[in-house]
Design a protein around this ligand. Sequence first.
Ligand code: AMP
Ligand code: ZN
Ligand code: ZN
Length: 316
Amino acid sequence: MAKLKKGTRCTVCKSKGEKTKAVVFLPHHRLALCREHFIQWFEKRVEKTVKEFRMFSRKDRILVAVSGGKDSLALWNALVKLGYEADGFYIDLGIDQYSQGSKELAYSFSEKIGRTLHIVSLKEQIAPIPVIDKATDRPACSACGTVKRYYMNRYAKQLGYSIIATGHNLDDEVAVLFGNTLRWEIDYLKRQYPVLKEEKGFIKKVKPLCKITEKESALYAFFNNIEYIEYECPFSEGASSIEYKEFLSKLEEKHPGTKLQFYLNFLKKMYPILKEHESKQAEEVKTCVICGEPSFSDICSFCRLKQKVEKVTDTN
Ligand code: AMP
Ligand code: ZN
Ligand code: ZN
């Protein structure tokens, strides 16, 4: 976050004739804010994003996918404060201390805000991530993503929620967008929208923090005394998305607003073209012959992964 010059006053307070000191400077919005007005700014921005992309209303039951990190806990806090019916869903990935620590933080946060946290353990359902990782040649993050998407969708339906909200922030979205653009991954690019509509067994998925940076969500968590897991998942080490994030942050430092413009212009100018292309060659949603969940092939990617895991665990 850009440095705040000593003695800078809060922009909002100043407009009301008050002289409160600013504690945050958001250069790409040209705003200096005090704690109270930063919290207000953050929540308004989330609410505006929810409305702009027609994500959900106060009548919907929302399941927030909570990792124990700053983004998903900040999101859950903001949604509940804004009056939405939002419960949490935590997937215990079985990654030693990382999972233990994040689960405890997610659980104590749910108690603090008085909302339900549903917990699913991979160890009980299929196998912990370190075992799954050994069963596949793909990077751990990719198998982990398959498993997380599968359980989020399946449990949201089972538990009677109509929306899944994840804590993906602007930095996440821009890093993925950048990587997919470098490789011109059209099939991934055309799915990179903050809302994935409900479709034949797939529940609606939304990303209400898509216009909030990583630093902004960390600050929101800090100002609200939200305790979150600070270290990254050990399996994500060396992931290319982390390199892209570092590179893009350097660019952002020199040219504030670059990330937001890259993302917003993609949504405004490129996404409609890709979507047009998609509707002409829409992939057919089938039903997985093994688990009955929606799939783009006869056996869903989760069940294919599960078969590989069973081969490894059977031989041990
Ligand atoms: P990540 O892929 O770790 O950057 O996480 C992106 C989003 O996925 C988070 O903000 C959460 O909403 C969700 N998520 C990640 N890990 C978990 C988990 N173990 N349980 C539930 N949701 C998760
Ligand atoms: Zn203020
Ligand atoms: Zn399946």
